[in-house]
Design a protein around this ligand. Structure first.
Ligand SMILES: *[C@@H]1O[C@H](CO)[C@@H](O)[C@H](O)[C@H]1NC(C)=O
Ligand SMILES: *[C@@H]1O[C@H](CO)[C@@H](O)[C@H](O)[C@H]1NC(C)=O
Ligand SMILES: *[C@@H]1O[C@H](CO)[C@@H](O)[C@H](O)[C@H]1NC(C)=O
Ligand SMILES: *[C@@H]1O[C@H](CO)[C@@H](O)[C@H](O)[C@H]1NC(C)=O
Length: 380
């Protein structure tokens, strides 16, 4: 019996030791496989969801130039449409890179990346909206095409020869979007028909496609392309499109179904585009970032994620059921601001709080809202 016991004791020890070593090795290999090669720079194109200061440089009297914008993280207004960091800031942090400087800032070092996003920017050129009688609403003339030109102007300061650019951009992450949201916000804000707005979607996707192709020509190999968020959950649209008709609202979220359907249509065409690009460029990496999924999860279960004040009521605004009033927006005389923005998803009725951005960014970096997760291996 003693012998047997000793035998089993030793065999247990050896077995657990080899299991330990096996798993240790496994995790070692897994580890060395899944830790990303750090990016050395990030280049971002988009609108207010990722503008780190360009609009404020273009227009010093924009509302984001005043507190409470920036109250939670920076302690001062930076030009970000939030109380703190944006999704792009959390992504930069995750890769140990500095926050992206707005490309219009003077005297900046852009070797670790630049942010070309401008709040209010559309994918389509502003002339498109003028031709449709929307010139008074579409007032930001820094469309995706303009932002690409800025990138091309900056490029010689980053790398000079085809070879050095190829090398430099092979270590860069290119974020193309979210862009296109304003192409729909513009007509929706003056209640153009959904049929008309829907007809813009293929044109927006085509513009995004041309932008991606141009970046590939410049040497981009790793592109993250975010979809649109569920704007039917935004206090601004819930106020503007308030309806006595219960069927207009999703019973699970209280969000406007038709507007969310429109976003899903955009996202569907965008994913289809990425599938085509993956076939055309099998050596490049195209990652779809599902902002919609990451945000609708918060709308379905706000309390589970710590958002006790829900998804649609703004922390900062001018009163009303969603604390949104288009004549008294956040930062303008008469506004109110909540005590604890981290319990709100919505910051100002259109943009999200830092807490929501963090939650969405974590879902992108580690999955499941990117495929593959941004933090996973870069195998080229
Ligand atoms: C700058 O922002 C203010 C406040 O939103 C606005 O009234 C003004 O028209 C803007 N100026 C330009 C040139 O866009
Ligand atoms: C918008 O910008 C483009 C390119 O910079 C320029 O050609 C065009 O005239 C501008 N349009 C308006 C209305 O400012
Ligand atoms: C590229 O060339 C220009 C002009 O010779 C120079 O000013 C610039 O610093 C160079 N850029 C890089 C990244 O070497
Ligand atoms: C929005 O604010 C203005 C100014 O305080 C007020 O006159 C108006 O009634 C408000 N609108 C709504 C829908 O509450």
């Amino acid at each position: 019996m003693h012998k047997g016991e000793r035998f089993s004791f030793f065999s247990t020890v050896t077995m657990s030791l080899s299991i330990f070593i096996f798993f240790h090795l496994l995790s070692y290999f897994h580890f060395s496989f899944s830790v990303p090669q750090p990016y050395t720079s990030i280049f971002n194109f988009g609108d207010s969801l990722s503008d780190t200061g360009n609009l404020l440089i273009l227009n010093a009297s924009a509302p984001i130039g005043r507190l409470p914008y920036g109250m939670t993280f920076f302690g001062r207004p930076t030009g970000r449409f939030s109380d703190g960091r944006l999704i792009i800031d959390f992504i930069a942090e995750a890769f140990g890179l500095p926050f992206l400087p707005p490309s219009l800032a003077r005297g900046q070092d852009f070797r670790h990346g630049a942010d070309f996003a401008v709040s209010g920017a559309t994918a389509l050129d502003i002339e498109f909206f003028r031709r449709r009688g929307l010139g008074a609403v579409a007032r930001v003339n820094q469309s995706l095409g303009v932002q690409l030109r800025w990138f091309e102007e900056l490029k010689p300061s980053l790398c000079n020869s085809t070879r050095s650019c190829k090398d430099y951009f092979s270590k860069s992450l290119f974020m193309v979007g979210e862009i296109g949201g304003n192409d729909y916000n513009v007509p929706l804000s003056v209640k153009r028909s959904l049929k008309e707005v829907r007809s813009y979607v293929p044109k927006v996707i085509e513009t995004v496609s041309m932008a991606i192709e141009r970046l590939i020509e410049h040497g981009a190999v790793d592109l993250v392309v975010p979809g649109n968020p569920p704007i039917g959950c935004y206090g601004a649209f819930l106020t503007l499109y308030e309806s006595p008709n219960k069927e207009d609202y999703d019973p699970r979220t209280g969000c406007l179904k038709k507007l969310n359907d429109l976003m899903r249509y955009h996202n569907k065409l965008l994913r289809r585009l990425l599938e085509q690009l993956r076939i055309k460029y099998p050596r490049l990496r195209f990652t779809y970032a599902d902002y919609y999924g990451a945000a609708i999860r918060l709308a379905r279960h706000p309390k589970r994620y710590g958002f006790s004040n829900g998804v649609s009521r703004a922390c900062c605004g001018g009163g009303g059921p969603y604390n949104f009033n288009s004549t008294v927006i956040c930062g303008q005389p008469g506004y109110n601001v909540c005590k604890d923005p981290s319990t709100y998803v919505s910051w100002d009725g259109i943009h999200s709080t830092e807490a929501a951005h963090r939650s969405i960014a974590m879902g992108l970096l580690h999955g499941p809202y990117t495929d593959p997760p941004i933090m996973s291996a870069r195998l080229h």
